[in-house]
Ligand binder design. Structure first.
Ligand SMILES: CC(=O)SCCNC(=O)CCNC(=O)[C@H](O)C(C)(C)COP(=O)(O)OP(=O)(O)OC[C@H]1O[C@@H](n2cnc3c(N)ncnc32)[C@H](O)[C@@H]1OP(=O)(O)O
Length: 412
């Protein structure tokens, strides 16, 4: 009975138009929600009554393992299929979904061993309790493979290929190293400078970005300090608690060779005490006179994540929380020598395809999101991609069941 009432509350909430707010530079301190009326992403009473509202592709569950340092972190002895199985199981168990209803699982993975990791992923789905009728495939768009997997699932649901899908990501860099591509066609590579640049190690492309755009070592170190601090604060305040699924695994002591059982529930590469003077002492990692170091570059990691998607109408029928709406996705190409600039091209493209027009709107949206932090309504997920690409997706915040029920309780 209580469940039925909750479901009814959720349905009512979804049918109720949210208040609209017109943004202007003079009034932007007034609202806790960045209005879609600025960027035409569809926040109006008419839109909420239109069939397009029910057809929105929404995220109803999103879970990940902790992200652990490759080779020395918590998952150094955990096989990739075990990591994927944990998150696949979580998205169906936590939503009480019958796994046989899933139309497809798409797994983004960048450095897979033979057969593009297809076999390990299929086995992981079986470990997670999916029946053999549910298909699975992998996708590789290098650093944005997980995002591409989610975009592929969203597009397939939109096209009517199936109703429910899982977009996932999996990387196990302890075993799958970034290695240079061998046996290239020398005639072609020598004649095409940009093709040759596709072979550049990521660290060198980072040095190129710093050199071409005048980014100093201190600026890179400061950005690293800021992101470590933000991550450490988010961990300490429990912000990642709801998205992380603890993983029970085994870890081998490198000194004694002894195996012990552990449960890993937090990311292990975050350094709460990182400060500028310590980072300044680290040697460049990729080029003797360079500015990219182990302290200001991304670490190599092991981990997995999964996101459950369906149309809003189906989520409402099932009484599932709308965590977010997958508004748009864009992948673009840039010069491979400076692949790190990918997001600066992909983000405007994704924001534009979400319905925004004009550079001012993009800048307004991005600045506003930055300023408002957690209260922000729209978010952009973006990655730079080795070999010279960028990808971005625009997400719109949804309502979680807890938020809805708390709001209802407060009003009753
Ligand atoms: C599209 C994309 O996403 S592009 C990005 C693709 N990703 C990449 O290219 C990965 C880039 N990163 C790397 O390759 C690796 O992290 C490297 C090569 C830079 C460093 O690897 P490692 O040597 O394993 O790093 P490690 O974490 O051990 O750090 C090396 C040293 O710096 C120190 N260090 C690193 N970070 C910090 C920090 N924040 N504060 C203080 N010291 C630090 C470590 O303590 C370590 O010191 P030690 O040798 O005395 O123990």
């Amino acid at each position: 009975m209580e469940k039925a009432l909750n479901r009814q509350k959720i349905l009512l909430h979804h049918l109720k138009p949210t208040s609209s707010f017109s943004f202007s530079s003079q009034t932007h301190h007034q609202s806790s929600a960045l209005s879609a009326s600025v960027c035409a992403a569809g926040d109006s009473a008419a839109y909420h009554r239109a069939p397009a509202f029910g057809d929105d592709i929404v995220i109803v569950a999103a879970y990940r393992t902790p992200i652990c340092k490759a080779k020395r972190g918590g998952f150094k002895d955990t096989p990739a299929d075990d990591l994927l199985a944990v998150v696949l199981k979580a998205v169906v168990e936590k939503t009480n979904l019958d796994p046989s209803e899933v139309g497809d699982i798409v797994v983004g993975t960048v450095l897979p061993p033979g057969s593009q990791r297809a076999t390990e992923c299929r086995m992981a789905a079986i470990y997670a309790g999916f029946p053999d009728t549910v298909p699975i495939r992998t996708v590789n768009r290098q650093c944005s493979s997980g995002l591409q997997a989610v975009a592929d699932v969203a597009a397939s649901i939109k096209s009517g290929y199936y109703d429910i899908g899982i977009g996932a990501g999996l990387e196990c860099m302890t075993v799958d190293n970034i290695t240079r591509v061998r046996n290239m066609n020398p005639r072609q590579v020598d004649n095409f400078a940009q093709a040759r640049d596709c072979l550049l190690p990521m660290g060198i492309t980072s040095e190129n970005v710093a050199e071409r755009y005048g980014i100093t070592r201190q600026e890179q170190d400061q950005a690293a300090v800021n992101s470590h601090r933000r991550a450490a604060a988010a961990t300490a305040s429990g912000k990642f608690k709801d998205e992380i699924i603890p993983v029970s695994t085994k870890i081998v002591d490198p000194k004694t060779g002894q195996e012990k059982s552990v449960t890993i529930s937090v990311d292990d590469g975050i350094r709460p005490n990182t400060d500028l003077s310590t980072l300044a002492k680290l040697k460049p990692a990729f080029k003797n006179d360079g500015s990219t170091t182990a302290g200001n570059s991304s670490q190599v990691s092991d981990g997995a994540g999964a996101v459950l998607l369906m149309k809003r109408s189906l989520a409402m029928q099932k009484g599932l929380p709308i965590l977010g709406v997958f508004r748009s996705f864009s992948a673009v190409g840039v010069d491979p020598a400076v692949m790190g600039i990918g997001p600066s091209v992909a983000i405007p493209a994704a924001v534009k395809s979400a319905g925004a027009t004009g550079a001012r709107c993009v800048a307004t949206l991005l600045n506003e999101m930055k300023r408002r932090g957690k209260d922000c309504r729209f978010g952009v997920v973006s990655m730079c991609i080795g070999t010279g690409m960028g990808a971005a997706a625009v997400l719109e915040r949804g309502d979680s069941v807890d938020e809805l029920c708390n709001a209802r309780a407060a009003h009753s």
